[in-house]
Each structure stands twice: as structure tokens, then as C-alpha cells.
Design a protein around this ligand. Structure first.
Ligand SMILES: Nc1ncnc2c1ncn2[C@@H]1O[C@H](COP(=O)(O)OP(=O)(O)OP(=O)(O)O)[C@@H](O)[C@H]1O
Length: 382
């Protein structure tokens, strides 16, 4: 289990700019990680997700021991790797003694070695007390190469592998030491879209098969949704929402998360009635009823997040039978292969809808949009 408590890491704001202009004024300190807390249970894949500069990599590098945090604690399997605990003696185990597996964007395999030797190396350099016999090295290397489907290429020089195979090799090398925690920083981002997708599933399979506890860093929401048991969405050094992929997608707790994860329509409105969890919200284009566990009084300004796939488009009306039916006109449509988007003009705004490609409605057609109250999300105004 990984436990991160009150992690803070600041940088001197001037450092990265030094080369650009020596006389530039000193900036205040940058809070790259600002009081981050999370726990990863054994065997889980946990993802830090967020836009560039939000602090994902700094969090991961702190766990790896490549950055020294200002304060907080980092614990893996009950072993304290870092602790600033005031009053008591601080702990900071060097990176090479943490025994963690790491895979980064640049796979950094050793080019002059064979596939086998690349994977064997971390075992061969183990210190005296931990030495592994030749026979065991050979067995362990072949076992992990087998898992990564690289066994047939064991004797090949590492540089003579494709990009995807090189990244699998980097993963094999991280796994061979059987680390208690695997750290992955955008490991698929150098690969083309197709390979990326196939390796994503490969990675998930291996992670699940080996039950290896992992922290994954990415800015790609699709990757995060596909791979993770839990996701922490980060912004400006803070975790803004933490939850299972479905929870985060279906119930974003703020506009930032709703915008960052997937596509959403945002409708500004005002709460005009509330009955238990059922809210009635007035918007510029009409009234909506929706279910929400939020505790917001009548009169509150809100935003209703409407996922494109939560809107049903039809050329026939069912007014009176179902709630939330709005009339509009199709403005454009876009075929996306496995789905089809319509952009529908309403009185004041446009709404993007996403549905089955077999329903394609010509621009200019009058349509009826129906929105399921259970699929609309109330998000507070930021
Ligand atoms: N060595 C450093 N010196 C100064 N500032 C730094 C340093 N490393 C990171 N930062 C700053 O800390 C913040 C967080 O950076 P970090 O690399 O952790 O973000 P990230 O979410 O991983 O971004 P990316 O996806 O672009 O890698 C940014 O504002 C960044 O400019």
C-alpha cells in the first residue's frame, strides 16, 4: 500500500527562467505540489491526471526519491520512504534504495545490450546480501519476458526493436525486480495512436495479472479512464477530485473536472425548486429537472453539465410523457466512426449530442432533445 500524507513540494520560481534573462525579477516560490493526500491499495492502478504543470510529475518524482519534498510523508508497504515530521528525525531514503520500479516517457533502454541483458542488469547489480544466482536471474528474466511477449526476442539487440517493443522492454526491466510499487510517467506518450491503444490494454493485463500496485501519470483522460482503478484529478498542485473512473466521469465535482474529462455542454442556471434530491433549474433555454445529492438552496446559481451522450435526439416529440424535452434545430453533424455528433441550436445556446451513427439527421431539421434527469450533473459555479 502507498500512503501519501500532506505532501508539499515548492520550487524557486526563478530557476527555470535563469537562462532566458539574467536580470528577470525573482518570482515567488511555485507550489508544484500543495498538500496532496492519497492512498493506493495493494494491486490497484492509481492515476494522477491533469493538464501540463499541475504537479503530477513532481508528485511521482517525490515518491521515486528524485525530488526532496518540503514536507509530508511517503510510505510504501509500511516502510517510510520520506518523512519531514517536525520535531522527530526526518527520513529521506535515497532513490536507489527505495526498490521501486520506474518507467518513463523516454524508455531509456541500454542500446548496447541485448533484450535479455537489459532485463537481467537490475538483478546483476544487486548488493551483496541481496545477490541473485545466475540460474535465478535467467529464470526471472525469461518469466518476465514471457509476460511481456518478448521471450522470442531475448537475444536481439535492444535498439533493433520497434518503439512498442522497446517500451515493453522498459516495463519488463522495471518489473523484474518485483517492486512493491511501479511508477509510470506517461509511458505511452511517445508511441503512435494505434500502438498506444494496444499497449494500454497490454499494460492493464500485466498489471492485473501480476497484481502490481502502480501509480500512473498522464494528461490523457481516455488513458486514465481505461486503465485506472482510481483517478486523482490535479490542478495547480492540488487534488481536486479523487474517485473511480466512472464516478469522476459521471459526477464531476466542479466545472474544471467536467471540462477536463470528456466533452460536456455547460448550461448556466438557477435553482427554482427542490424536492429531496430532485432539483428544478431554470436556464436561458428552458427548464430542466435533475437528480443531485448536492445540498444547494433555492436561488443558487449553478451549472448543469450535460454529456453529449446523455442527450437523445429525435424528430418526434414525446412532450408530456417524459421530462426535459427541448425543441431545437440541427446545425451541423459529424460522423466519428463509432458515433455521430449533432450540434443542435436552441433559443440561446447550442448543444452537442452524441449517439449511434445509424441516426443521422440533416442540418436544418427540427428535432426534440430529451435529457434523462439521472444523467444531468449539477456543478457549483467555480
Ligand atoms: N525543477 C523545477 N524548477 C522550477 N519549477 C519547477 C521545476 N519542476 C517543476 N516545476 C514547476 O512545478 C509545477 C508542476 O510541474 P510538474 O512537472 O510536476 O507538472 P506536470 O503536471 O507533471 O506537467 P507535465 O504534464 O507538463 O509534465 C509547474 O509549474 C512547473 O513549472
Amino acid at each position: 500500500m502507498l500512503r501519501i500524507n500532506n505532501l508539499v513540494k515548492t520550487f524557486d520560481g526563478e530557476r527555470r527562467r535563469r537562462s532566458s534573462r539574467a536580470s528577470a525579477p525573482r518570482e515567488a516560490r511555485v507550489f508544484a505540489v500543495n498538500d496532496v493526500n492519497f492512498t493506493v491499495e495493494n494491486g490497484q492502478l492509481f492515476t494522477l491526471l491533469g493538464p501540463s504543470g499541475c504537479g503530477k510529475t513532481t508528485t511521482l518524482r517525490s515518491i521515486a526519491g528524485l525530488e526532496r519534498p518540503d514536507s509530508g510523508t511517503i510510505e510504501v508497504g509500511g516502510r517510510v520512504l520520506f518523512s519531514s515530521s517536525e520535531g522527530k528525525k526526518s527520513v529521506n531514503i535515497p532513490a536507489n534504495e527505495r526498490g521501486l520500479g520506474m518507467v518513463f516517457q523516454s524508455y531509456a533502454i541500454w542500446p548496447h545490450m541485448s533484450v535479455f541483458d537489459n532485463v537481467a542488469f537490475p538483478l546483476q547489480v544487486k548488493k551483496r546480501g541481496d545477490r541473485v544466482s545466475r540460474k535465478e536471474i535467467s529464470e526471472r528474466v525469461m518469466r518476465v519476458l514471457d509476460t511481456m511477449e518478448l521471450a522470442a526476442l531475448a537475444d536481439r539487440q535492444a535498439t533493433k526493436l520497434s518503439g512498442g517493443q522497446q517500451q515493453r522492454l522498459a516495463l519488463a526491466r522495471a518489473l523484474v525486480i518485483e517492486p512493491p510499487l511501479l511508477l509510470l510517467d506517461e509511458p505511452l506518450s511517445n508511441l503512435d495512436a494505434k500502438l498506444r491503444e494496444s499497449l494500454r490494454y497490454e499494460l492493464k493485463r500485466v498489471q492485473r495479472e501480476l497484481g502490481i500496485t502502480s501509480v500512473y501519470v498522464t494528461h490523457d483522460q481516455v488513458e486514465a479512464l481505461a486503465l485506472s482503478n482510481s483517478i486523482a484529478v490535479m490542478r495547480d498542485g492540488n487534488v481536486v477530485q479523487l474517485g473511480r473512473p466512472r464516478e469522476i466521469y459521471e459526477n464531476p465535482n466542479c466545472r474544471f473536472v467536467a471540462e477536463f474529462i470528456g466533452t460536456s455542454n455547460f448550461l448556466s442556471g438557477n435553482v427554482v425548486a427542490k424536492d429531496g434530491d430532485r432539483y428544478t433549474v431554470d436556464t436561458a433555454d428552458g427548464q430542466l429537472v435533475l437528480d443531485s445529492a448536492a445540498a444547494l438552496p433555492i436561488g443558487t446559481d449553478v451549472i448543469v453539465s450535460v454529456r453529449p451522450e446523455a442527450v437523445e435526439v429525435s424528430t418526434t416529440s414525446r412532450a408530456g410523457e417524459v421530462p426535459n424535452e427541448w425543441k431545437g434545430t440541427v446545425l451541423t453533424r459529424a460522423y466519428l466512426g463509432d458515433s455521430l455528433d449533432h450540434v443542435v441550436g436552441l433559443g440561446k445556446h447550442e448543444l452537442r449530442t452524441r449517439g449511434n451513427p445509424s441516426t443521422s439527421i440533416e442540418p436544418g431539421t427540427t428535432v426534440y432533445l430529451r435529457m434523462d434527469p439521472a444523467k444531468l450533473v449539477l456543478v457549483p459555479v467555480d
